[in-house]
Design a protein around this ligand. Structure first.
Ligand SMILES: [Mn+2]
Length: 369
C-alpha cells in the first residue's frame, strides 16, 4: 500500500459560482469584424487534434467573414484528425484544413484563434503570428492579450458563440454548416447533458430545422477502422479501479485523441466518477480526464498533474495534457507516467490506495474463466 505524504487539495470548480452574464452579441460580433484586417490573408486556427467544436466554429466564422468582409480565410490546425466522426465531418463538409507546418512560413495579415488560446498547452502556434482575435470557451488565460477577445467559460461550446455571431449579423447557414454546428454543440456538451448554459440550448434549437439528418447520421455513425477494437480491448484490460476513479494506459496509440474517446467511454461505468486515460503518441505522453463529480475541476487537476513535465488544462468535466518526451526524459517515460497517475489519484482523493482492481475478472477477455 502506498501512503502519499500530502493530503489532497480540494480543487474547486471556478464555475461553482453562478456566472449568468448577458452578452451583447451584436456588439461583440461587430467588434470582432472590426478587429479583422479588411484585406489580405486571414487564418483561422484552433487547438491541435481538432474536435468537432474547433472545426465547426472555425467553419462558421469563415462563412461570417466571407459574407461580411468579402475575404476568403483559410483554416490551419496542428496535429491530426483522429476520431472517425471528425474525419467524416471534414470529408462530408469538404472542409479544407491545412496542416500548421505548411502555413507557418506564409505571410498572414490576421490570425483568429477559435476554441483555444495562444500559449495554451494544446496548441503549438508559431510565435510570430499576428493574432487579431480570440474566441473561446475555455477558462481565460491570465496572460491572454489580443486586439479582440471573446472568452466565455460558462458556455458549453465555442460553436454556440459562432452561432450567436451568425444570428446577430443576419447570416443564414446552409444545411451543411447547420449540421456541423449542431453536431459540435451536441458532442461538446455530451448531448446537452454536460457543461452547458442556456445559450447552448438556444443555439442548438436555432439550428435544428436546418439540420441534414442523413448527413448527421453519416458523421455520428462513421465506420471505424479494425484496430480501433484492439485499442478498446487494451483500454479495458489495462483498466484499474481505485474507488470511484478509473485509470487505464493505452500504451501506443494511433491518434492522440484516442485517450479522450476511451476516457468518455469508461466514464459510463456505474461506479466511476473520474477517469484518467494515458497513451503514447510519437514522442509524447498524452492523457485525458473525464469527471462526472462536480466538486473538482478537471482542468485544474490536469494542470496540476502535468506540472514540471508538460502542460495540462481544459474544462470542469473534461481535460487533458501532454508531456514531450525529449531526451533525457524519454528514458524515464514509465516513471513519469507513474508520477502522473499518482498525482491524479492523490488529487481525486485516493490518497491511500491498493494497486487497484482490474475492471474485468481475469481471463474473461480470452473466454477462459
Ligand atoms: Mn470547445
Amino acid at each position: 500500500m502506498r501512503q502519499l505524504r500530502k493530503k489532497p487539495k480540494i480543487l474547486h470548480s471556478p464555475r461553482s459560482a453562478a456566472r449568468a452574464r448577458a452578452w451583447d452579441v451584436k456588439g461583440m460580433s461587430d467588434k470582432f469584424l472590426q478587429a479583422i484586417p479588411q484585406s489580405g490573408n486571414i487564418l483561422l486556427t484552433s487547438h491541435d487534434n481538432p474536435d468537432p467544436d474547433a472545426l465547426s466554429s472555425c467553419l462558421a466564422l469563415v462563412s461570417l467573414i466571407r459574407q461580411k468582409s468579402g475575404l476568403n480565410p483559410h483554416i490551419a490546425i496542428g496535429g491530426i484528425l483522429g476520431r472517425a466522426e471528425n474525419r467524416a465531418l471534414t470529408l462530408e463538409l469538404e472542409i479544407d484544413v491545412y496542416p500548421m507546418d505548411i502555413l507557418e512560413h506564409q505571410h498572414w495579415d490576421g490570425v483568429i484563434m477559435v476554441d483555444a488560446q495562444p500559449g495554451a498547452g494544446n496548441t503549438n502556434l508559431p510565435r510570430h503570428l499576428p493574432i487579431c482575435a480570440v474566441i473561446d470557451h475555455h477558462p481565460r488565460r491570465l496572460e491572454l492579450r489580443a486586439p479582440f477577445i471573446d472568452v466565455r467559460p460558462e458556455y458549453g461550446a465555442s460553436s454556440t458563440i459562432a452561432v450567436e455571431y451568425l444570428m446577430a449579423q443576419g447570416i443564414k447557414w446552409d444545411a451543411k454548416l447547420a449540421t456541423a454546428l449542431f453536431y459540435a454543440i451536441r458532442s461538446e456538451t455530451q448531448d446537452l447533458g454536460g457543461s452547458l448554459c442556456e445559450a447552448d440550448r438556444r443555439a442548438h434549437f436555432a439550428l435544428f430545422d436546418a439540420v441534414d439528418w442523413d448527413l448527421l447520421h453519416r458523421i455520428t455513425k462513421a465506420k471505424i477502422p479494425g484496430d480501433y477494437f484492439s485499442l478498446f480491448q487494451r483500454g479495458i484490460s489495462n483498466a484499474r479501479l481505485y474507488g470511484n476513479a478509473l485509470v487505464t494506459d493505452l500504451a501506443e496509440i494511433p491518434t492522440p485523441d484516442a485517450v479522450a474517446e476511451m476516457a468518455d467511454f469508461l466514464l459510463r461505468h456505474e461506479h466511476v466518477t473520474s477517469t484518467l486515460v494515458l497513451g503514447h503518441y510519437e514522442d509524447q505522453i498524452v492523457f485525458s480526464l473525464r469527471f462526472t463529480r462536480t466538486d473538482l475541476d478537471a482542468g485544474v487537476v490536469a494542470s496540476s498533474m502535468a506540472r514540471k513535465f508538460g502542460t495540462g488544462g481544459g474544462h470542469d468535466h473534461a481535460a487533458g495534457g501532454r508531456i514531450l518526451l525529449t531526451q533525457p526524459r524519454a528514458a524515464r517515460a514509465d516513471l513519469i507516467k507513474e508520477t502522473i497517475i499518482g498525482r491524479f489519484l492523490e488529487l481525486v482523493g485516493m490518497n491511500e490506495y491498493q494497486p487497484g482492481q482490474t475492471l474485468l475478472p481475469s481471463g474473461s477477455l480470452t473466454g477462459s474463466q
